[in-house]
Design a protein around this ligand. Structure first.
Ligand SMILES: [Zn+2]
Length: 344
């Protein structure tokens, strides 16, 4: 028998694994039934039943007035701590524009941004202007559109990074996820529970209109934004940049960080599933034509998923709330849909 090396063996397993939760129906009735069952299965995969929420508690630690964004928007910035799971608390920067429109935006950081710090412009000296502009400028972009912007640290990043072996702006997802998986949990499940609690915090925040809640993220921020919108209907619009592709097509090729891996996930679904669970709410996805994170097949696999999601929006919901754009370039924040978020 032919002996396979690790990569060929994984590729063969990937090819032989069809996601068992994939939606194959054509009617609204079938979709609603699928959604109910799929959400229940995903919550099992994410171990929601074992994760115990802490009582709701939030506390303001700092406030800074009259700051200016890169394009001159005057705002104040507050630092809050929000209790999430038992024993965990999330630090959240809240940027409130002086002449805001009461719309809230949850901006989720990518890796390399030093968690929430990069999004609010507190950056390490070795971060280049290009990195600032092209990978984590979206919190300011939303602020300048009049949004009150909430920027939490994801577990393993920013102030919540337990290891110091790598640069401080990098994330410790792999170390944390390995430990969590060995204990029967996973990082995505913990992160989703924490972010749902952050949405509770936004709902309690003064002068915000929850009917307008947007969640935006680039790269791993896009991963978390997509999943949060799939699991929490209070997210009315989700903007995913630089993170939409077939999970299996990245195997041993790209997306090596632990935040991408959940036991049983690839056997159950691909990325079309969380995207379909957002329907019929607004879903914007942008990617770079040369984004290496799209995996071994590049855009070919992305288009297949996009077509499946588009069919759900158009055929089942008869709405144009799903938009997808391929931008010319590599892995970066493009912001092609920012004009959709005009100030009122
Ligand atoms: Zn990660």
């Amino acid at each position: 028998m032919e002996k396979l090396n690790g990569k060929l063996y994984i590729n063969r397993l990937c090819a032989a694994t069809e996601p068992k939760l994939r939606f194959n129906g054509t009617t609204r009735e079938e979709f609603d039934k699928w959604r109910e069952n799929t959400l229940a299965e995903i919550k099992k995969i994410l171990k929601f039943d074992k994760l115990i929420l802490a009582p709701f508690k939030c506390e303001k630690q700092q406030s800074a007035n009259k700051l200016k964004s890169p394009n001159g928007c005057v705002y104040k910035r507050e630092l809050w701590y929000v209790d999430t799971l038992e024993g965990l608390s999330v630090p959240v920067f809240v940027m409130i524009p002086e002449n805001g429109n009461q719309k809230p935006a949850l901006a989720l950081h990518c890796h390399g941004a030093d968690g929430k710090n990069g999004l609010v412009g507190i950056v390490h000296n070795d971060i280049t202007d290009n990195e600032k502009k092209f990978t984590f400028s979206y919190a300011f972009d939303m602020l300048e559109k009049g949004y009150t912007v909430f920027c939490p640290d994801i577990l393993g990043s920013g102030a919540r990074k337990p290891l110091t072996l790598e640069k401080p702006q990098k994330s410790d997802c792999s170390a944390i996820n390995n430990a969590l998986m060995s204990l029967g949990y996973n990082l995505l499940g913990v992160t989703m529970c924490e972010l749902k609690r952050v949405v509770d915090f936004i709902a309690e925040f003064q002068n915000v209109n929850m009917d307008e809640l947007v969640c935006v993220g680039f790269s791993s921020g896009g991963l978390n934004a997509l999943w949060l919108a799939a699991l929490d209907e209070r997210i009315k619009t989700v903007y995913v940049s630089g993170y939409f592709h077939s999970l299996k097509k990245t195997a041993l090729h790209s997306n090596f960080c632990g935040c991408n891996f959940v036991p049983d996930m690839w056997a159950s679904l691909d990325m079309d599933t969380p995207a379909m669970l957002v329907a019929p709410r607004k879903l914007y996805i942008e990617t770079g034509r040369d984004d290496n994170l799209n995996g071994i097949d590049g855009l070919e696999n992305v288009y297949k998923l996009v077509d499946m999601v588009r069919k759900v929006y158009i055929n089942i919901f008869e709405c144009a709330n799903f938009k997808f754009e391929v931008c010319e370039g590599k892995h970066k924040w493009y912001g092609v849909f920012m004009d959709e978020f005009y100030s009122k």
